[in-house]
Design a protein around this ligand. Structure first.
Ligand code: PMP
Ligand code: GLN
Length: 387
């Protein structure tokens, strides 16, 4: 492996899912739903395969999906996109993020990242040769803290990209309009592109509201917005994602994507196009159902003795085991199958080793609630053993 990639091991998700499989523990580690998405979506994919849509789709994506993404951005956020030049279909959000960073960043460039961060970000920034500049986003009982001074300090004359993620994995933070505006202002000041990972855009609870940075005045022209069918439609294995933004930036991403995967997911693309047009009831039902399961898991964690940071969005909750006498989340995650028959992932795995954010989240464990009530109830019952 090349030197710049040597510090990356197997992903924490693979390690913890293997641990769950080996020990028979309830797996609340890796975030994947245990029920499939809408029946119409699944049927449409089967129909697309049966009707012979099994060869390379067009380079930017099938027209129906490009149009559906543009229509979705208009319907939910009032954004206007040209499906012909301002949308690109990718192999999941992961490829959209990788191709965007590889298109925009190289040695000498800096990427501002909220830390903890989804694990692919640091690896792709390293691949590109750029340097990550982290801003701690630390979850706590009253929501997450994003310090304005830390944010400003992460920017420099070398800042090329600000990589945002809201709703945020792993902390469950939904950035407030003021926080999004603060990031946007700094991006403008430093003439940086905002790359925003919004895969959890529809998984938002209570009174919280997702504010896409592209909707702020003057931001659409410098923002690449990424999302994916995986979370919204509970088909994480399909790896259908997309990126949208101004034509020159999308063209740059496409330049890289064409040599990474060329195209992807031919028969799944028309199916996802149909799902994006589902009525509001679907989207509202998705959030309401997850909110109920969030509450179930939060209650269970509290009654097992954890401190809990109640998430405003995503399908993850961060638990603090210090009241139970554990102050190292990584060690606890390795022991948890033996102690309680449950698997979670340490929040520090989303941090650069030795970083201020890593120190701040060291005790914390992330559990997912995108599982059936029966699975969540069983996990909560088992976690009582920690008391
Ligand atoms: N970004 C974040 C914040 C995620 O949590 C995930 C899913 N694990 C991804 C990107 C990857 O999405 P996809 O599966 O569509 O590549
Ligand atoms: N996004 C999911 C998570 O954070 C799974 C990611 C993965 O397995 N790469 O748990």
């Amino acid at each position: 492996v090349v030197a710049r990639m040597r510090r990356f091991g197997p992903t924490v998700f693979a390690e913890m899912s293997a641990l769950a499989a080996r020990t028979g523990a309830v797996n609340l580690g890796q975030g994947f739903p245990d029920a499939d998405g809408p029946a119409s979506l699944l049927e449409d994919a089967v129909a697309a395969i049966r009707s012979g849509r099994n060869q390379y789709p067009p380079g930017t994506g099938v027209p129906a999906l490009l149009e559906a993404v543009a229509e979705h951005q208009h319907r939910f956020y009032g954004l206007t996109l040209d499906p012909g030049t301002e949308v690109l279909v990718t192999a999941g959000a992961t490829e959209a993020i990788a191709a965007s960073l590889l298109a925009l960043c190289g040695p000498g460039d800096e990427v501002v990242v909220l830390e903890p961060a989804y694990d692919s970000y640091a690896a792709v920034i390293a691949l590109s040769g750029a340097v990550q500049r982290s801003v701690p986003l630390v979850p706590g009982p009253d929501g997450s803290t994003l310090d304005a001074q830390d944010l400003r300090a992460a920017f420099s004359a070398r800042t090329r990209v600000v990589l945002l993620n809201t709703p945020h994995n792993p902390t469950g933070t939904v950035l407030s309009p003021a926080q999004v505006a603060a990031v946007a202002a700094l991006a403008v000041e430093h003439d940086a592109v905002v790359l925003t990972d919004e895969v959890y855009e529809h998984l938002v609870f209570d009174e919280h509201r997702h504010v896409p940075v592209a909707t702020l005045p003057g931001m659409a022209e410098r923002t690449l917005t990424v999302s994916s069918a995986g979370k919204t439609f509970s088909v994480t294995g399909w790896k259908v994602g997309w990126v949208s933004g101004p034509a020159p930036l999308v063209a740059a991403v496409r330049m890289v994507k064409q040599f990474l995967t060329y195209v992807n997911a031919g028969p799944f693309q028309p199916a996802v196009a149909g799902a994006l047009a589902l009525p509001d009831d679907f989207y509202l039902g998705l959030a309401a159902d997850l909110q109920r399961r969030r509450d179930l898991l939060v209650e269970g964690l509290l009654s097992a003795g954890f401190g809990v940071s109640v998430p405003a969005g995503t399908y993850f909750v961060v638990a603090d085991p210090r009241p139970l006498g554990h102050d190292d989340g990584t060690a606890l995650c390795r022991e948890l199958p033996g102690l309680a028959g449950v698997v979670g992932v340490p929040v520090s795995a989303f941090c650069e080793p030795g970083s201020p954010a890593a120190a701040a989240v060291r005790p914390l464990v992330r559990f997912t609630f995108c599982k059936s009530d029966a699975v969540l109830e069983e996990a909560c019952r088992r976690l009582q053993a920690l008391r």
